[in-house]
Design a protein around this ligand. Structure first.
Ligand SMILES: Nc1ncnc2c1ncn2[C@@H]1O[C@H](COP(=O)(O)OP(=O)(O)OP(=O)(O)O)[C@@H](O)[C@H]1O
Length: 318
């Protein structure tokens, strides 16, 4: 089934002066197609270009080159018609108004707003609706921003680190509410530093570093690309035994325990248990955190500590 793209970015470039006469390539040739109803996490270290890319999608920044369209429109037009709505981490809330007054006031600015009471319930604002905004916690203010983002009945919501400053239970509650919106067909794109957030919530992850997309696909596959698993055994192999071992990408040693990074954990485990003296075998999948670190390392690495999955190990660290 061909899914309709609601966001299309092609070969987008954006750079900023670096203060010494050069340029920082904040977004460096990004291609991105987002289908209706997708939930997509934008992951990357500080300075990867996530915020710049989101700002371009929101029409807050104009790309130096490339084509960007949102629902077939230029980004700014999509925001003006309410198709695209944003929940940014900071931004003007008036401290003296109550939460409910804020929602009502902003609703009055929209031509065809969603029902105010409904939005207050969906976003979880009801318990503190009569509290002054200045007295709301950071998490409550984010819920309020979520309510405001829902007012234009958007097709797409863009969130830049939406749960920064929330505790674990507030974060879970926030994502439950957001997931319910996604289930209704809203497209959700979010930037986050919480890797487990992408793992738990996003079906698709786009990993960025230095303005480029390093990996783009189902979150599981992005994790798998960095090496699916770690197989650990207790073993005292002869050097040539270790060199002959198949399916190994990287080897690390800690006392009598040896850990192998591998994309073929079943085959490696079978080989270790049937053809060597290795015992006490455990297998654990690489976390997204590890995938993220390894992929960003690999993008700046020449890869000379890596080897093809079936070749001899080059690195054994004690
Ligand atoms: N207005 C600006 N002027 C100059 N440089 C900028 C500007 N905005 C961003 N940059 C630079 O562009 C690069 C990408 O920044 P961006 O904020 O998009 O990254 P990010 O992935 O959102 O990072 P973070 O997770 O820290 O928010 C960084 O090197 C940043 O310093």
């Amino acid at each position: 089934m061909v899914q309709e793209s609601v966001i299309s970015a092609r070969n987008v470039h954006m750079s900023f002066p670096d203060g010494t006469g050069g340029h920082i390539r904040a977004v460096d040739g990004v291609d991105l197609e987002v289908a209706r109803g997708e939930v997509l996490a934008l992951l990357g270290p500080n300075g990867a270009g996530k915020t710049t890319l989101l700002d371009i999608l929101l029409g807050l920044t104009t790309a130096r080159s490339g084509d960007v369209s949102v629902g077939g429109q230029p980004p700014r037009a999509a925001v003006q018609t309410g198709r695209l709505s944003a929940l940014l981490q900071t931004g003007g809330l008036l401290p003296d108004l109550t939460a409910a007054e804020t929602v009502r006031m902003i609703a009055a600015l929209h031509a065809d707003p969603a029902d105010v009471d409904e939005v207050i319930d969906i976003a979880g604002v009801r318990p503190f609706a009569s509290r002054q905004v200045g007295k709301c916690s950071g998490g409550q203010q984010q819920r309020l921003r979520f309510a405001l983002a829902l007012l234009p009945r958007p097709e797409i919501i863009v969130l830049d680190e939406p749960t920064a400053g929330m505790d674990v239970s507030a974060r879970h509650e926030f994502w439950d509410r957001m997931r319910a919106q996604a289930d209704e067909g809203i497209t959700v794109i979010f930037a986050t530093h919480y890797l487990e957030e992408a793992e738990q919530f996003a079906r698709r992850t786009v990993l960025m570093n230095s303005g480029r997309v390093l990996a783009d696909g189902p979150t599981d596959e992005v994790r798998a690309r960095a090496g699916a698993a770690y197989v650990t055994v207790t073993w005292d192999p002869a050097a040539d035994e270790l060199e002959r071992l198949p399916f190994v990408i990287r080897t690390t040693r800690e006392g009598a325990r040896i850990t192998f990074r591998t994309e073929r954990p079943d085959e490696l485990a079978r080989h270790l248990l049937t053809s060597t003296d290795a015992h006490g075998l455990t297998v654990r999948p690489a976390s997204l955190e590890e995938a993220f670190r390894l992929l960003t390392e690999e993008s700046t690495d020449t890869g000379d500590t890596e080897r093809p999955a079936t070749a001899a190990p080059e690195e054994v660290s004690a």
